[in-house]
Design a protein around this ligand. Sequence first.
Ligand code: AMP
Ligand code: MG
Length: 425
Amino acid sequence: MSHDTPTHPASAGLSVRDAQACIVGKIHPIGTENIALEKALGRVLASEVRANRDLPPYDLAAMDGYAVRSADTAAAPATLEIVDDIQAGDMPRVALQPGQCARIMTGAPVPAGADAVVRVEDTRPGPDGAVEIRLPVPTAADIRRRAENMSQGEIVLPAGTEITPATIGVLATVKQAVVEVYRKPRVAILSSGNELEALHEPLDPDRIPDSNTHALAAQVQALGIEPARLGIARDDPAELSRFLEQGLEYDVLLISGGTSVGVHDHVRPALAALGVTLHFWRVEMRPGHPVAFGTSDRAFVFCLPGNPVSSMVCFAQFVFPALRALTGHRRLFRRVLPARLTHGIKSRPGRVEFVRVALTRNADGVHEAASAGPQSSGDVLTMARADALLIVPADSRGLAAGETALVQLLEAGACQDDAGLEGDA
Ligand code: AMP
Ligand code: MG
């Protein structure tokens, strides 16, 4: 096969959305494993989790105060005899009779006979061994009922739940020290190009530093996966094949560079020769047009354009959802939100365009997007300054200042300068 023959009929006109659908349609989680709760943050539950006890285990006080019979407070102020003092962790010793109460602390079990808790602020010290209740309290006031949070046997977390810090709290609550989660894929990263200089090689002013290996690895790491860095393959079919063979041992192989139409772009034919079926090549997007996706018996293969920004933008559109799907997530895509443009943006119609923007929130709480700098696909500095990718639709000739468009949040876009608590008095 000649180097410039597409390995698959050119799928001209493929939209980003169709390319994503093609990828997601072929991907499913790759098995499960049991891991310690301490290691589970960011993973996805592969099986449902049930409550192993009632919580709370008994009716308990929601506030510090006095457990009372609410009927005794109906004609408040009322003076009640204190017959017990119950702390969290204690069990009540006495059942309340009419006219009696028990001092009780938050989290302590409510004694038999009591049906409400009076907050300490609503009481006054009484004569020796007694307390004055200043206000009537209704039945059930400030009592958390047995099993109101969870009851034994109930499903508390369905399979497919993403494990967040709060989920860890739930899992610890039901004493799940070991959890079944979807396995992480093994991911390999390969750079290709004769001009590339590795991070630890001495600086040669005539070469181009390999940044893609590291930026892509970091995009993978941000998903909780530690990738293997295979290094740099020269634009030589034999050398490239050796590297690709190694890469196809992994679940996912990311290759950057050598996927375009240059005479030295050998990646696609070399993959085809190794039995990889390419499902698409070229997507109507800017940057990132020459991106390709294929599968072998076991590996998912992404051919990313060599330009540093193109490879990162393609990662965000295609590899990110693929790795999310492989790890069992249901929400596959990066969050988008509307933002108002602070200036006009020109665009050539035909391809959806991803513009690197910085985001701010104005005094009305509206997000505003401004270009993060020069938009050449080689300008990784602009990528580093960007909070988000502004999406200019394929049919657009550009957007005017003040128009609203969707922006896709990058890692840096997840936090902001101010607390956003305008309504907080
Ligand atoms: P290619 O996709 O191989 O045609 O490369 C497109 C451009 O991206 C060229 O200017 C390459 O030098 C550059 N490039 C390719 N691979 C990398 C890399 N790993 N790191 C930085 N730049 C790269
Ligand atoms: Mg190249």
